[in-house]
Ligand binder design. Sequence first.
Ligand code: URA
Length: 217
Amino acid sequence: MDRKIVVVDNPLIKSYLTILRNTRTQPLFFREIMEKIGFYIGFEIAKFMNWRSVEVTTPLGRAKGLTISREVIAVGILGASLPLLYGFVKSMPWAGIGLIAARRIEDHSRGYLDVEIYYTRLPRDLRKKVVVLLDPMLATGLTLKKSVELISRLGASDIIVGSVIASREGLERLSKERKVKAIIVCSVDEKLDKNYFIVPGLGDAGDRALGGTLSHY
Ligand code: URA
């Protein structure tokens, strides 16, 4: 495995992932667990960030400590990443929030798949910032690749990706992106199906988190 790919190996995270995979887990609990994973991923991502030594005054003296060196922008891919993003920014409360919305363009008869980004909320200039790109499912890797290209055009050169379940194909595609410093995932699953969904995966992360059929309500 590429050195910049980290597959989290932690029993608590594995138990969270088991809850997410289970079809019986309802959106409310799904979101809560996804948020916890986002919070944890923040700690893994922190290892790839630059930190500066500082000193602070405590009630009893001076203490050496660390503070983040550069501004952090956490960018979520809508809408599946919302709970992951929310958990992540709880681990780094100083982070700004960006959003990207993308849709797949598919033609199964020709085996054609592309991704179109149709909405963004991003700072105009990302040159001095660390960008944390969050998407729970790294399937084909096309959405994240397009997102990396887009934020690179805004000047970002320091990009870290946080995801929950990845496919080998997606990881391979994304790890070729020069500006991606690290990719953190919690599991690498077997394969993609004919609809480019991860198997066994957890299904449609957006539907699982947000509630698939509004008629339920
Ligand atoms: N997006 C999802 O929500 N699930 C997958 O398995 C792949 C992409």
